[in-house]
Every structure is written in structure tokens, then in C-alpha cells.
Design a protein around this ligand. Structure first.
Ligand SMILES: N[C@@H](CCC(=O)N[C@@H](CS)C(=O)NCC(=O)O)C(=O)O
Length: 221
């Protein structure tokens, strides 16, 4: 897909590579062929809570992007919307744009808080963390989100209209690693087919594998 010229200049991304929220931004930038610089900020070690980082994002979370003129934008899905403006990744049609937003709000309210958080607890908290008591509830709610996605994808190839776009990127980020949180995709064939379709889109880059420490914790969770 070609990009309409927008003259974005150099974009600096502050992100934690294993994070799906951060990977959304990397994936779209790669697919757009947009020049960017990536500054690694390990959110699992408190690096988003330093005074320097809080001066950029008072909410203390990655991803954020910083433009050449110093403007900063936080929230992964807002970043996707901004980067995708005037490109085929965000529909022109107002109804289709609203559909994309609808799925992206779904992702942030009904999907990510369960599927991403279960993964984080399994891979990035100690085996004796009290947070592990939340896993059964998170997994149950994660499956509820996957049921909604399965129903949609059983009849359509993509989340909005007839092409891949930012709603797919937003939902792909943590669905592709749901198993890290103990949420199996075995019962969701349409979701699995869609994941494979996303992985075949031009310029696709995969979420990096967790490091050895996280992988060992995930294996024991
Ligand atoms: N709604 C935010 C969520 C961002 C988020 O939760 N980031 C995590 C990493 S995935 C983070 O920075 N956590 C660090 C912290 O809370 O201190 C988005 O979509 O960008």
C-alpha cells in the first residue's frame, strides 16, 4: 500500500520492545516506510516513571512518539490514528473510520486489559506475585473478547471494510501472543486465520520473542 506524502520528518518512538502496545507503533511505521528512531524504555523496570520520562508523558507509559518540533503524542491507538491519516490504513469514509475507532476502543476496554495484562503477569512478575491470583478472571474476560472477534471474523477478513488497517494492527498486537498469558486460541479458527493474514501483509514485522527470563516465567505459568 502506498503512502500519501505527509512530511512527518523523523519520528522518535519511546517504547518497550516486548510490549504489544509499543509494537503496534513499530508495525505501522514499518508498513508505512516511515523513518523513525526507537528509544528503548523498559516499562517493566520503572523507566517510564523517571522525572525525565514523566515530563514527556505524565501518565508514565509507553509508547509515545515525539516529533521533530518537540510535540509528544501518547496512547498507542491515538498514535496509530495520527500516523495512518491520509493513508490506506485508515479509511476515508466517515462510517468506516468510526468502525475502526469502535474496534480500537474495544481493544483498549475489553481486550487489552485482560489479554495483555495476563501476559504481563505471566512473563514479567515473579512466580509468587499476588497479582497471579487475578489470572483466572483475566483469562475468562480475555476469552470473552476473543469470542466477539471470532464472530466478526467468521464473516469478514478484516476488522474494517475490505482491507487491512489500524483496527487490525491494534487487535493483532496482543492477540498474537494471547497464549503467553495462558489464553489459548485453539477454539478460534477465524481469529487464527486472520492472524496469519496479518502476518502476510507487506512490511509486516513480528513482535519479538520474550527474553529468556520472561520466556521461563511464561513456561511455568
Ligand atoms: N493505553 C495505553 C497503555 C500503555 C501501557 O500500558 N504501557 C505499558 C507498557 S505495555 C507501560 O508503559 N507501563 C508502565 C507503567 O505503567 O509504569 C496505550 O495503549 O498506549
Amino acid at each position: 500500500m502506498a503512502r500519501a506524502p505527509k512530511g512527518l520528518g523523523m519520528i522518535t518512538v519511546y517504547g518497550f520492545s516486548p510490549s504489544g502496545n509499543c509494537h503496534k507503533v513499530r508495525l505501522l511505521l514499518e508498513q508505512l516506510g516511515q523513518e523513525y528512531r526507537w528509544i528503548e524504555v523498559d516499562s517493566s523496570k520503572g523507566e517510564t516513571r523517571t522525572p525525565e520520562f514523566l515530563a514527556k508523558n505524565p501518565n508514565g507509559r509507553v509508547p509515545i512518539i515525539e516529533l521533530d518540533d518537540g510535540r509528544v503524542l501518547a496512547e498507542s491507538n491515538a498514535i496509530l490514528c495520527w500516523l495512518a491519516e491520509n493513508t490506506p490504513y485508515l479509511p476515508d469514509d466517515a462510517w468506516q473510520r468510526a468502525q475502526a475507532l469502535s474496534w480500537m476502543f474495544f481493544e483498549q476496554y475489553s481486550h487489552e486489559p485482560y489479554i495483555a495484562v495476563a501476559r504481563f503477569i505471566c512473563g514479567w512478575t515473579p512466580l509468587d506475585s499476588p497479582r497471579r491470583a487475578d489470572l483466572p478472571r483475566l483469562r475468562e474476560r480475555g476469552h470473552q473478547a476473543l469470542v466477539v472477534m471470532e464472530r466478526h471474523l467468521s464473516a469478514r477478513p478484516w476488522f474494517t471494510g475490505d482491507r487491512y488497517g489500524i483496527a487490525d494492527i491494534a487487535l493483532f498486537a496482543y492477540t498474537c501472543v494471547a497464549d503467553h498469558g495462558g489464553i489459548a486460541l485453539a477454539s478460534y479458527p477465524a481469529v487464527r486465520d486472520w492472524l496469519a493474514r496479518v502476518a502476510r501483509t507487506p512490511g509486516f514485522v513480528a513482535l519479538p520473542d520474550p527474553d529468556a527470563t520472561a520466556a521461563a516465567l511464561i513456561a511455568q505459568s
